[in-house]
Design a protein around this ligand. Structure first.
Ligand code: AMP
Length: 429
C-alpha cells in the first residue's frame, strides 16, 4: 500500500512512525514533512519515507501528487486542509483519503457551529451565547459575573480563545476579537462561554460515520510556562493515561458526549469519519465540552501512538469503510509522556536556524522516541525551523517512570534558546 501523509508537525511524525510499522505499507510520502520524518524507514522493506515540498493548503498540488503516485491512502494530520475540503476533493477524484469531509470538519472550523450543535442535541457544555455584534456580546458577558471565555468562530492556529477574569477584561477581549480583528475574519462572530473550573482532559474518538471507539484519556499542557502560567500555545506536552477517570467513568463520559453527538450527526446528515477530539472540563457538575477538534491532537498523538498496539493502517481503514464494529483498540499497559522542546520566545516571535545536537543520544535511550516538529536539515545538521521543535516522548510501566525517561532524553538534546516545561504530567503524580 502506498501512503501519503499530509502535515509537518510532531503529530505527523508520530503518524508516519506508526504507519511505517505496518506490514501493509510499501511506500510512503509526507507533504511537506520535516527532518525527522525524512529519516523514518518502512518496516516492510526498509525504504525511506520521502518528504515532498508541498504546502498543506495547496490542495490542487496535493491532488496532482497523489494521482501521479497512485497513493492508495492519504492521511490528513492538520485542521486547515480538512476545513478547506481536501477530503471532498480527493473523493471526487476517486482517491481514498482518511479524515472528516468539509461538512464534518465544521466541528473544528466553526465554534459557532459546534456550540449550536451541542445546544441542539443536549451535549453537556458551558453556558454560552453566540454573537455577531460587540454590543450584544458585552451585554452577555456582564450576565456571567466577570469570568468568561471569548472565542473567535473560525480557525486561528489554536490561539483564538481569550480568557478574562473581570467584566472590563471581558469587554476588552470582545473588542480585541470583534473590533480590532486580532484573529482576522475568524473573529467576525464569537462564542462566549461561562468560565468553567475543573480538570481539563483530552478525549479522542475514532469514528466511522455511525460508531466510535474511545481512546484512553490524556492531558495536554496548553500554557507556555510551568504551573500553567504564561500564554496559550499549541501544546507544551502531554501524557496518557490521565488518572482522573477510571475505565468505567471514562466510558460513561464518552457516552454522555458521544451518544448525543452521533444522534445529532445522523439527524443533520453529517458523515464523520476521522478523529473527534473533544476538549473536556471535568467540573463538579459533570463533564462539559469546551470545544471540538476534528483531527488528532498534537502532542496527544505522540503519547497515544507510542501506546497503541493495533496496526494504524487497519484502524484508519475501518474508520473509512464503516467497519469499526470489527475492531477493538489495544493499548500497551505502559504510560507515555511527551515533553515539547520549543524555540526561545515561542509562542511569540522566535529565531530559526539553530543547530540541534544530541538527537541520536536521546533516541538511543530505550523506550524513548524524539518526534520532530519544527525541524529542517541544513547539510549534515538538523536545525530549528518552527516554534514547537521536538516532542520528546518516552514510555514506561507507570507515569513517573515515563516522565523521568522523557526528561532524561530531553537533557541529552541542546539548541540555543530551547525552552520546555519541567512539570509535564506533574498534576497526575
Ligand atoms: P479551546 O480552543 O476552546 O479549547 O480553548 C483553549 C483553552 O482555553 C482550553 O484548552 C482551556 O484551557 C481554556 N478554555 C476554553 N474554554 C474555557 C471555558 N469555558 N472555561 C475555562 N477555560 C476554558
Amino acid at each position: 500500500m502506498r501512503v501519503l501523509v499530509i502535515g509537518s508537525g510532531g503529530r505527523e511524525h508520530a503518524l508516519v512512525w506508526k504507519l511505517a510499522q505496518s506490514p501493509h505499507v510499501t511506500q510512503m510520502w509526507c507533504a511537506p514533512g520535516n527532518a525527522g520524518i525524512a529519516e523514518e524507514r518502512l518496516a516492510k522493506n526498509q525504504s525511506l519515507v520521502e518528504c515532498v515540498n508541498i504546502s498543506v493548503e495547496d490542495l490542487p498540488k496535493l491532488l496532482t501528487f497523489a494521482q501521479a503516485k497512485q497513493a492508495d491512502l492519504t492521511v490528513v494530520g492538520p485542521d486547515n486542509p480538512l476545513a478547506l475540503g481536501i477530503v471532498d476533493l480527493f473523493q471526487r477524484n476517486r482517491l481514498r483519503i482518511w479524515g472528516p469531509n468539509q461538512k464534518a470538519a465544521q466541528f473544528e472550523a466553526s465554534k459557532v457551529f459546534s456550540q449550536n450543535f451541542m445546544e441542539t442535541y443536549g451535549i453537556p457544555t458551558a453556558k454560552s451565547g453566540v454573537f455577531s455584534e460587540a454590543a450584544a456580546a458585552k451585554r452577555f458577558v456582564a450576565t456571567l459575573g466577570g469570568k468568561c471565555a471569548v472565542k473567535a468562530d473560525g480557525l486561528a492556529l489554536g490561539k483564538g480563545v481569550l480568557l478574562a477574569a473581570s467584566v472590563a477584561a471581558d469587554e476588552k477581549a470582545v473588542d480585541e476579537i470583534m473590533v480590532c480583528k486580532a484573529f482576522g475574519a475568524a473573529g467576525s462572530r464569537v462564542v462566549i462561554q461561562e468560565f468553567l473550573e475543573g480538570t481539563e482532559i483530552s478525549l479522542h474518538a475514532l469514528c466511522d460515520g455511525t460508531r466510535f471507539r474511545l481512546f484512553p484519556a490524556s492531558q495536554d499542557h496548553k500554557r507556555a510556562l510551568d504551573g500553567d502560567q504564561g500564554r496559550n500555545t499549541g501544546g507544551m506536552g502531554a501524557y496518557s493515561p490521565a488518572p482522573f477517570l477510571n475505565d468505567r467513568q471514562l466510558a460513561q463520559v464518552g457516552h454522555q458526549i458521544l451518544d448525543p453527538w452521533l444522534r445529532g450527526c445522523e439527524a443533520d446528515g453529517i458523515d464523520f469519519r476521522g478523529i473527534l477530539y473533544p476538549g473536556v472540563m471535568l467540573t463538579k457538575d459533570g463533564p462539559k465540552v469546551l470545544e471540538f477538534n476534528a483531527r488528532f491532537g498534537d502532542p496527544e498523538t505522540q503519547v497515544y501512538l507510542t501506546r497503541l498496539e493495533n496496526d494504524l493502517v487497519e484502524l484508519l481503514d475501518a474508520s473509512l469503510s464503516g467497519t469499526l464494529c470489527q475492531i477493538e483498540l489495544r493499548w500497551s499497559a505502559t504510560a507515555s509522556v511527551c515533553v515539547v522542546m520549543a524555540s526561545g520566545g515561542y509562542p511569540g516571535s522566535y529565531a530559526k536556524g539553530k543547530v540541534i545536537v544530541g538527537l541520536d543520544a536521546a533516541n538511543a535511550l530505550s523506550h524513548a522516541k524524539v518526534f520532530h516538529a519544527g525541524t529542517a536539515r541544513a547539510e549534515e545538521q538538523v536545525i530549528t525551523s518552527g516554534g514547537r521543535v521536538l516532542g520528546v516522548t518516552a514510555w514506561a510501566k507507570d507515569l513517573r517512570g515515563a516522565r523521568d525517561a522523557a526528561y532524561a532524553a530531553v537533557e541529552r538534546i541542546h539548541f540555543e534558546g530551547a525552552h520546555f516545561r519541567r512539570d509535564i504530567a506533574a498534576k497526575a503524580l
